[in-house]
Write a protein that binds this ligand. Structure first.
Ligand code: XMP
Ligand code: MG
Length: 180
């Protein structure tokens, strides 16, 4: 049972689904006038959030994905951000909504924003399911935040520990003895 390694549920399935609906409504309103919305999911952590959120955005849109590596090991953020899979869409003149699982130090997102800005989109907005502001190292603020969370290593609803646990429908905190 994967659940036996979970110390506690931080954000329940019901809380996530309720918040996703709220965010979808706000985003739908904010992008009403868009001439081309591209929702960009950062793989792999954003996939559950992205799949749920996009169904709540009641506008024509395209989706695309990007994979970057920024995590040296499971618990430390490394300084380097490398593009492993780039977008397929041309974003010039488009409105980009980046969808991310969690903002921690903010280094990954600030690099991605820099890269995407250089492609001359009309606008870039950032939506993150989770925000760990205690660990922020660069000045980056998400336009849409699901939940502010304390500085704990979390997993589930897309977030992993050693590539597992992504399929949990909630966000949980792992038991300490599993990380040894
Ligand atoms: P930065 O520090 O650049 O990192 O904002 C963001 C990326 O780090 C990963 N991350 C986590 N992954 N549980 C996870 O499963 C966590 O508690 C956690 N904190 C950061 C995540 O991949 C995110 O995209
Ligand atoms: Mg990630």
């Amino acid at each position: 049972m994967i659940e036996s390694n979970i110390k506690k549920v931080l954000v329940s399935e019901e809380e996530i689904q309720k918040r996703v609906k709220e965010l979808g409504k706000i985003i739908t309103k904010d992008f009403k006038e868009t001439k081309g919305l591209i929702v960009v999911g950062l793989l792999r952590g954003s996939i559950l959030f992205m799949a749920d959120l996009m169904r709540e955005i009641k506008l024509p849109l395209k989706i695309d994905f990007m994979t970057v590596s920024s995590y040296g090991n499971q618990f430390e953020t490394t300084r380097e951000v490398k593009i492993l899979k780039d977008l397929d869409e041309n974003v010039m003149g488009k409105d980009i909504l980046i969808v991310e699982d969690i903002i921690d130090s903010g280094l990954t997102l600030s690099k991605i924003m820099e890269i995407l800005k250089n492609r001359n989109p009309n606008s870039i907005k950032l939506c993150t399911l989770l925000n760990k502001s205690a660990r922020r190292e660069v000045n980056i603020k998400a336009d849409y935040i699901g939940f502010d969370i304390p500085d704990e290593f979390v997993l589930g609803y897309g977030l992993d520990y050693l590539q597992e646990y992504r399929n949990l429908p909630y966000v949980g905190v792992m038991k300490e003895d599993v990380n040894e």
